[in-house]
Design a protein around this ligand. Structure first.
Ligand code: GLA
Length: 391
């Protein structure tokens, strides 16, 4: 940590002349343990913040200019935005659309930045891996703006502002899970969140001699060009059909039996399967957290496996890469549960693996993956960390 702090401060000085008065901040990435594609369906999710994430060095300026620099995209150099002009998304601004979207979102909520700032970012989450590098940048930017300009917002507000910027400025209709998990993260705990009302509870993650292992497929995934918005629209259509039969607000309001009774009203078979996933996955998440609280980690793992099958067969967001990783993981003794995590269509899997089986897991899954897919996967044994902070 200290090392990274010194490195980013030194880089800031190199890029912006000096680092006098600059502060260093951090926001985590996240991994979702179970409850996938439920957050925009009024269901439950169970993510946790990671100790990897995005570091930011920031300093207020006297003028209205913002200068952005990312150590992950050094070839792009410093990107300038003048806040006296109208703030609009612009493809030419590349990654800067994420922090800029947050500046814009604060402005929309009546909190205008009174001046510009210099901002340098460095992320150690693999980009486009499904570990929420973009939500990490959004929450980090909100945290920094609050600190620089004294905006009166809570961490939960930072999550909502981040989501708003992603929806309205960057065009991805994501739910609240990622930004919430990042803004509200707590060391060694996962967050059991009801996305219909934002009520949540921290659940201690006692894995009894097992660890969370993330396998990154290295198949890049951009949410904007993926089928994410399409899945969301399919669920909305299915909900509209169900609403002609029953008074519900979201798919998360249904249990499995009620869904089975009502589902014939959804005439389109594909939309029917999408809705079935949303309903069953929500119930699975509730059950998984119940099992964890009872110390039944085995049942928790089995529900993770069920989650993957439903995402593969009903929701169709896994693809060959993620299925290969999960199938291979299921073969390894000592794997308690394994599934894709995040939006899907590439990105990562999350597995709970007994500590004594981790080496075998990495070599066996890695070998099968490379043989089947033709390139390597990367593995990360991760720790659960806290939300954003100033270092
Ligand atoms: C992405 C979105 C989240 C959520 C997941 C799928 O990570 O940003 O809001 O919908 O996909 O569970």
């Amino acid at each position: 940590m200290t090392n990274i702090k010194e490195t980013v401060l030194a880089k800031f000085a190199e890029v912006f002349g000096d680092n006098n008065g600059a502060d260093v901040y951090f926001a985590p990435g996240r991994v979702n343990l179970i409850g996938e594609h439920t957050d925009y369906n009024g269901g439950h999710v169970f993510p946790c913040a990671l100790t990897i994430g995005t570091y930011g060095v920031a300093r207020k300026r006297a003028d209205k200019m913002c200068h952005f620099y990312s150590m992950n995209f050094e070839n792009l150099g410093v990107i300038d935005v003048d806040l006296s002009n109208k703030i609009e998304p612009d493809k030419a601004l590349d990654w800067v659309n994420y922090p800029l979207g947050v500046v814009w979102a604060f402005g929309e909520k009546g909190m205008k930045a009174e001046s510009g700032f210099d901002l340098l970012l460095y992320g150690n989450i693999p980009n486009g891996s499904g570990l929420s590098s973009s939500a990490s940048v959004e929450v980090l930017t909100g945290f920094i703006l609050r600190d620089l300009f004294g905006f009166d917002v809570t961490n939960q507000d930072l999550a909502l502002i981040g989501q708003y910027s992603e929806n309205k400025f960057n065009g991805v209709n994501c739910g609240i899970m990622d930004q919430f998990a990042i803004a509200m993260g707590k060391k060694d705990h996962a967050i059991f969140l009801d996305t219909s009302n934002l009520q949540f509870e921290y659940a201690p993650l006692k894995l009894e001699g097992a660890k969370i292992v993330i396998a990154c497929s290295n198949k890049k995934r951009g949410l904007g060009d993926s089928k994410y918005n399409e899945r969301r629209a399919e669920c909305e259509d299915a909900l509209a059909s169900l609403k002609t039969m029953v008074d519900i607000k979201s798919l998360g309001d249904l249990d499995e039996a009620t869904y089975e009774k009502l589902s014939p009203v959804i005439k389109d078979g594909t939309k029917c399967r999408r809705a079935r996933h949303a309903v069953y996955e929500n119930q699975r998440t509730i059950e998984a957290v119940r099992a964890l609280k009872l110390g039944n980690i085995k049942a928790f793992g089995q529900l993770m496996n069920e989650s993957h099958k439903s995402l593969r067969d009903d929701y169709e967001v896994t693809g060959k890469e993620l299925d290969t990783l999960v199938d291979a993981a299921w073969q390894v003794p000592g794997v308690i549960g394994s599934r894709m995590t995040g939006a899907g269509f590439g990105g990562c899997t999350v597995s709970i693996v007994r500590e004594d089986a981790i080496d075998t897991f990495i070599s066996q899954v890695g070998e099968t993956y490379e043989k089947t897919i033709g390139y390597k996967a990367d593995f990360y044994v991760v720790e659960i960390g806290d939300g954003p902070c100033k270092l």
